[in-house]
Design a protein around this ligand. Structure first.
Ligand SMILES: [Zn+2]
Length: 482
């Protein structure tokens, strides 16, 4: 590939679930958010006309957030025009929010239009984060279109969306349902706006994983693979992951695929993990092979990152959220037959090679966290590679000490049990306490030396099992079959 793959993953690690008792308490006084989204193409300009209805605060002042920036997109506020408020007056308006004054608990209505990105197809992948509305389809992320009350950050709300004026033969499909012109669901906090909405000439497919449906929405006809091949890959990856976690608690999930930067003759793609969904944009030159690692890694964040959410600051635990994700990405790719035993060995050796050759391989965890985004090719990659090798070490130690009875997978399932539904966040202490239960000797000092202080993790024979051993190749240890 000529161009580096664009991966947008951090959004998936922002997830808060409220526990059921809280939800019950809120129910008594909860206020719904109603949106009517209409297609408007008068004068040949395509735009969304939105009518947003909410009940104002008892205090007589309600702060409503408006689209501003999200992910790599800035200036989302510039797409919003003609804001008009009924039953309230605008006390203050910035490019991030509206402050509305009104009678206590007034029924407020806000009308606004959302303009499409003017130039399509895009040249820059970041532009895909702006709303796109063309004569045959639309695509937008929730954060680019919806106004919402500031207290959504604290209180979950029922949400209704009414889709009006869209052609009968258009598909309406999103993170909250498929082909419903009236939708009802809940937003548990403002992070639930991180969702994908598409419509128009998308093809909707339904695959079943155990008894749960996964919807796949795709458009574009120039792909180098058939719809069926794409569905088969998703089915293989998701089936393996749910089996790995023994987790079948999914009522709805969707994966979208749309072409972007169609004029480019190189393969590039951009995947974003969202509520109940994964949105993928790709250049038509991308082969299906490219998506094998992408899906295996990114969809694994449903558990490592989303359900097992790490403690703040998140960057301090990228060795876990990215490194352990990578380790289980390769294991699951091998388990479901996407890579062979030799392919698995090659992948692990490649991780080791990149780790040992890294210019910053002995950076402390604090340095890694501070430079993760600003120097991603060094510090960012180090989190994945060091974390993956540490996962391999931990897995090996557990198998050794338990005489093959346990594996790191058992520890991961324990993390899932104690962390899911926002019960706990994964801290270093919880990690060590749980792992140590499977070991003869605690690994606290090893963890401090190699993860916190950054000393290079040495490799040993047996780490990948009895069939392999270590051989040095140009000063880099590599696993070889005995
Ligand atoms: Zn990741």
């Amino acid at each position: 590939m000529k161009k580096a793959v664009v991966l947008l993953f951090p959004l998936i690690v922002l997830f808060v679930m409220s526990c059921p008792p809280q939800r019950f308490l809120i129910k008594e006084s909860e206020q719904k958010l109603d949106y009517t989204i209409a297609l408007d193409s008068t004068e040949g300009v395509y735009q969304f006309k939105v009518n947003f209805r909410l009940q104002g605060d008892f205090s007589g002042l309600t702060k409503v957030y408006t689209p501003s920036e999200w992910g790599p997109a800035t200036g989302l506020n510039e797409n919003i025009k003609k804001v008009k408020v009924k039953n309230a007056s605008i006390e203050e308006q910035t490019d991030r929010y509206l402050l509305l004054r009104h009678a206590p608990r007034a029924s407020i209505s806000v009308n606004y239009t959302v303009q499409s990105l003017p130039k399509y197809p895009v040249d820059n992948p970041d532009e895909m984060f702006h709303p796109i509305l063309q004569k045959d389809f639309f695509q937008f992320y929730g954060n680019g279109v919806f106004f919402y009350p500031a207290d959504l950050n604290k209180i979950e709300r029922p949400v209704n969306i009414y889709w009006e004026g869209f052609p009968e033969d258009w598909v309406i499909h999103n993170s909250y349902g498929s082909n419903q012109r009236k939708q009802s669901f809940r937003w548990r906090d403002s992070l639930w706006l991180e969702s994908i909405f598409v419509g128009g000439d998308y093809r909707i497919h339904k695959i079943k994983i155990a008894d749960d449906p996964v919807y796949v929405a795709m458009r574009g006809k120039e792909w180098r693979f058939s719809d069926d091949e794409y569905l088969d890959l998703l089915k293989k990856v998701i089936t393996q992951q749910r089996k790995f976690w023994n987790d079948y608690d999914f009522d709805y999930f969707t994966v979208t695929l749309a072409p972007f930067m169609e004029g480019q003759n190189y393969g590039s793609y951009q995947g974003t993990g969202l509520r109940n969904s994964f949105a993928l944009n790709a250049t038509p030159k991308v082969g299906l092979k490219n998506f094998e690692y992408l899906f295996s890694h990114e969809l694994m964040h449903e558990w490592i990152g989303l359900q097992i959410k790490t403690a703040d600051p998140e960057a301090y635990r990228y060795w876990f959220s990215e490194g352990f994700t990578d380790y289980f990405t390769y294991i699951n790719m091998r388990e479901c037959g996407l890579i062979s035993e030799e392919g698995y060995l090659w992948q692990i050796n490649n991780v080791v090679k990149k780790y040992y050759k890294s210019a910053v391989r002995e950076a402390t965890n604090e340095e890694l966290a501070a430079n993760f985004f600003t120097d991603y090719s060094n510090y960012g990659k180090l989190a994945y590679n060091r974390g993956c090798v540490f996962a391999m070490y931990t897995d090996w130690r557990i198998r050794l000490d338990s005489k093959g009875e346990h594996r790191l997978k058992d520890v991961m399932q324990e993390f899932l049990n104690v962390c899911r539904h926002g019960k706990q966040r994964l801290t270093d202490e919880l990690f060590l306490k749980t792992v140590n239960q499977y070991l003869e000797k605690p690994i606290d000092s090893y963890f401090e030396k190699h993860i916190q202080n950054g000393a290079l993790i040495p490799l040993e024979d047996w780490m990948l099992g009895a069939k392999t051993e270590i051989r040095e190749e140009n000063g880099i240890p590599q696993f070889v079959v005995k």
